[in-house]
Design a protein around this ligand. Sequence first.
Ligand code: G6P
Length: 607
Amino acid sequence: MCGIVGILGGGDVAIPIFEALKRLEYRGYDSAGIATIDNGEIVRRRAAGKLNALHEKLGAAPLAGRAGIGHTRWATHGAPIEENAHPHATDHVSIVHNGIIENFRELRDELAAKGRNFQSATDSEVIAQLITVFVEEEGAAPIEAFRKMLGRVRGAFAIAAVFAGNDDLILAARKGSPLAIGRGDGEMFVGSDAFALAPFTNRVTYLDEGDHAAITRAGFEVFDGSGATVKRRETVSSASDAMVDKDGHRHFMAKEIHEQPEVVGHTLARFVDPTDASLLAFGANFDFKKLDRLTISACGTAYYAGLIAKYWFEKWARLPVEIDIASELRYRDIPYAEKGGAIFVSQSGETADTLAALREAKAHGQRIGAVVNVAESSIAREADDIFQINAGPEIGVASTKAFTCQLVTLACLAIKAGADRGLLSKDEQSGLVAALMEIPRLIAEALQQEAAIEKISAELSKARDILYIGRGVSFPMALEGALKLKEISYIHAEGYAAGELKHGPIALIDEHVPVVVVAPSDRHYEKTISNMHEIIARGGRPLLISDKRGIKAAGDVWAAIEAPDTHPLLSPLVYAVPVQLLAYFAATAKGTDVDQPRNLAKSVTVE
Ligand code: G6P
C-alpha cells in the first residue's frame, strides 16, 4: 500500500515531508514524490525507485513552500516510472492517493472527451483532473470541488490535496484506507498512520470511514459522508520516534526476529495471569459456548497463523473450524452457521481482502473477532472483539514477530474456547498456559542457533527450488517457511503436507532440490521421517529441523538444525525462528533487499 503525508508548517516543509516518507517507505517503495505550494504555485519533485532517488532530486533542486504533500507508491495502475509517481497535479490542485479508483476508466474517458490532458497512466490522476474541471468550469471553491470529486469516484482510498494560491489548506478524505490528522503547535499534519506523524506530534485524530476534512494551521473540520460536521476523538498516540531504528541490526527483519522473545512475552501478558498460569478475562462479546462453528480467515503469513490455530480449536475446544484465505472466502457462497463466529487475523488490520471477508461474515450474522497488531485499524474498528497482539511496529515486509504474536494470541483464544465450552479442566488450562509462558524463553534458545543457520543458509541459497514439508501443526509451518523464503530470497519454494509428497512433488526430487523437513518429536515424527527417507532414497538433500532427540533418531541427513523441546502442539511458536532465520540468511547470502523485497508491499489495501 502507498504512504501519504501532508504538512502545513511554520517553515519549508519538503524536508520534514521527506523524513515522514522514510517512515512510510516500508508500505510501498517503487517511486515517491513531494509537492509544495511555493509563491502560490504547485511545484513538485518525483522519482522512480527508492526514496534516496527522490532525496538526490531534492538535493539538486530543493523545494520551498510551507504547505505540501508527499507519497510513497506501490504501483497498481501504471508502471513505477516518474510520470506515474504521486503527487499528481494540474495548474489548480495536487493530490496524493492510496487505494484504487474503480471507475477510473469511465471517468478518464469522460474527462478526455472534455479535452483534459492526462500525464500519467494511473487511476489516481482522475482525482486531480476532476477537481480541476469543477474549479475551472463551475468556479467551485476547493472544498466544493473536492466534495464533488468524492461524489464521482468509486473505490477504496485515502486522499490528500493542496491547492494553488492557498498555502494554508489541505483537504483529505478516507474511504477504505486509513488517514490520521496530527495537531502540532501552529502546524498541522496528515498521514497514513500515527507512525508517520510520530516525529511531529502524538495528538492524532483518525478519520472515520467516509469522512473528509478541511485542515488549516488554525485547526481542522471533519465532515461525514452526508457532509455534516462531526467531531472525531483526538487520541494521544503511543507511536514513538525511536521505533524506526534498526537497533544495531543490518535489517529490520533481523531486528524483528530477535525481538520475538520480548514481544511474544508482551502479547502473552495481555491474555494470561502469570501468577497462577490462568487466563485473564478477555473477549467479553465472544462467547465460545454459544458457537456452533468458527470461521478463520486472513492473507499471507497471517493466514498460516490461522491454519495452525485450526488444530488448536479443534483439539482443545472441539470447535469445527472453517478456514480459507480471505480473497477466496469472501466470494464463496458459504452456508454460515446460525450461531457462528469468525476470527480475522491481520498484522496491519488494513488488508483489503481480509476486511472484505470480515464484512461478508458480518452480513451473515457472524460474531466477529479481530487478531490485529494495529488497534486503530479498519479491521479492529469493525470487529465485535479486538484481540490485539503486542508486536510493536513491524517494518520488514516479510512478517516475523507479528506471526508469533498472532500464534500466541490464537493459542490463548483456543484455550479460552476449550474452557468456555467446558472441555478443558482448570488443570489442563493452566498446563497449557504454563507451556505458553515457556515460549519466550524457548524462542530465545532457538535464536542461539543463528550462526549454524547462517552457514546452512549459504548452501541453501545456491538452490533454484526448495521444498518444505511437515505434518500436523508443522504443515502450516512448512507453508510459512516456503513463503518466507520466496518472499525475500526469490528462490522458488513450496510447502507441502509431508504425506502428500508421494502424490506428486516427489517427482521433483533430485540432488539439486533441498527439502526442509519440519519434524519435532511429536506424534507425527516417525511418519514424517519416513517421508524424509523417501527423499533420501531418491538422492534428495533433507535439511531436518527437529529437537535433539529427533535429530539423533533420524540417522544421516544432509543438514540439521536443532530446536528446543516444546509442547507438541505449540511447536510452531518455536520452529518459526529457524524457519525465519533460514529465509533471512538465504536472502542476505544472495544480496537481495531483505526489508523491501521486489514487488511486495507490507500491507495490501487493494484487492
Ligand atoms: C502482505 C505482506 C505479508 C502479510 C500479508 C497480510 O502480503 O507482505 O507479510 O502476511 O500482507 O498482511 P496483514 O497485515 O493482513 O497481516
